[in-house]
Design a protein. Sequence first.
Length: 97
Amino acid sequence: MNRSGVLLFVASGLLLASCAVGPGDKPDAVPPKLTVGKDGNATWDRPGAFGPVPAAQKALGDRTCGDKAKPIGFHPAAQGADGKAFAAGGFLCQLKD
């Protein structure tokens, strides 16, 4: 599976429903990284490092976050748990109301 496929698989299960920290007005210089807990759930270590979702990335963000969530943040150099950047960037997803 290529890194884009991994991004889509991992990020689709990554939902931040009631997180007090959200994306900033631009991506941070230090990219967010996925962390996987002992329970197997993946979360972003720095959700505040995401910037807004660019219009050109919205369709990919919608697909990545799935039907029950929406993309609320994007970082072009977001990293997997292995520390390698996802080729297509990464999305911060939030459950839909």
